[in-house]
Design a protein around this ligand. Structure first.
Ligand code: SF4
Length: 303
């Protein structure tokens, strides 16, 4: 597949582009804010123990399917902590929606693997670096568990991508993660530069300075050139995307958030259950063009 990436210098052309969308194309959905880890950089912020029941989740999927949504990126918290998560994936898939799941890699089961296969779901597992830094971030034993489960999901034939959030404490692990992903024979590696969101909005110790951001972005870009397709590296730096970034997110209560670069740009536009999708989507705060660009153009590199 030919991958198209956003290039700086396209701003003028993008600014002239006129986009009208009646619905979002894709969205992230925090199906739970519960997690078995407690990372200091967690983008979803503080944990919440209350989840929507399966009946409400299904109603939301019905609404999204009726709006011809293309893709849901299920995230958390840790989605696999929901005992009904396989049912959620299957339901979304039966409605014709493409599915992705972001996980910390701590959970494996035959049932999850077969559901991921049946629904052709892309599984995204996070790695922070070597055992030392990964366990320091997530807890003792987390690294071994993630690597072991990556192998199991890989051997089960699940399409996989490794996500690595780059922040102050793991910038020296970029090459390590690249080599590990190569050794694990995973073909997709996604480096995300930390944004001031969630816990990283108040706990700013892990944020990169502008100078560091430019430096490490250049290093990853150089690595991407030599890496080729094994693994194919994609990079996300929200600060570079500026107004050309806009993510639509449903949280664990059904609140709908229009997300930008910083936590200050993450604004609640309604609740999917009480307001419906149309009202949330047509809130003037939502950046339709940014959304279109993110999902139809820049984010081709999701895959
Ligand atoms: S594993 Fe992921 S969801 Fe869980 S606390 Fe860490 S960053 Fe947040």
């Amino acid at each position: 597949m030919k991958i198209v990436e956003y290039k700086t210098g396209h701003e003028e052309r993008l600014a002239k582009l006129k986009v009208t969308l009646s619905n979002p194309l894709s969205l992230c959905w925090q199906v739970t804010k519960k997690c078995n880890y407690n990372c200091s950089f967690c983008l979803s912020g503080e944990q919440d123990q209350t989840d929507l029941p399966l009946s409400k989740i299904k109603s939301i999927i019905d609404v999204l399917a009726e709006s011809n949504l293309l893709r849901i990126d299920f995230t958390g918290g840790e989605p696999f902590l929901r005992s009904d998560f396989c049912k959620i994936l299957t339901y979304a898939s039966e409605k014709g929606i493409e599915t992705l799941v972001t996980s910390n890699g701590s959970i494996w089961s035959e049932k999850i693997a077969s559901t991921l296969l049946e629904t052709n779901t892309l599984l995204l597992i996070s790695l922070d670096g070597d055992k030392e830094i990964h366990d320091k971030s997530r807890g003792k034993g987390a690294y071994s568990k993630a690597v072991e489960n990556i192998k199991r999901y890989r051997d089960a034939g699940i399409p996989l991508r490794i996500n690595c959030l780059i922040r102050k404490d793991n910038v020296d692990k970029i090459d390590y993660v690249h080599q590990l992903v190569k050794d694990l024979r995973i073909d997709r590696l996604f480096f995300i530069l930390i944004a001031p969101q969630g816990k990283a909005y108040t706990d700013t110790e892990l944020l990169l300075s502008d100078k560091e951001r430019v430096f490490y972005l250049d290093r990853i870009k150089a690595l991407k050139k030599v890496s080729g397709d094994h693994p194919f590296i994609t990079i996300q730096d929200y600060s570079e995307l500026g107004n050309h970034h806009s993510c639509f997110l449903i949280d664990s209560k059904g609140d709908v958030i229009s997300q930008g670069y910083s936590q200050d740009d993450c604004i609640k536009v309604g609740n999917i259950l009480t307001d419906g999708l149309g009202k949330c989507w047509n809130n003037p705060i939502v950046n339709h063009k940014g959304h279109f660009l993110q999902y139809s153009y820049m984010f081709n590199y999701y895959m």
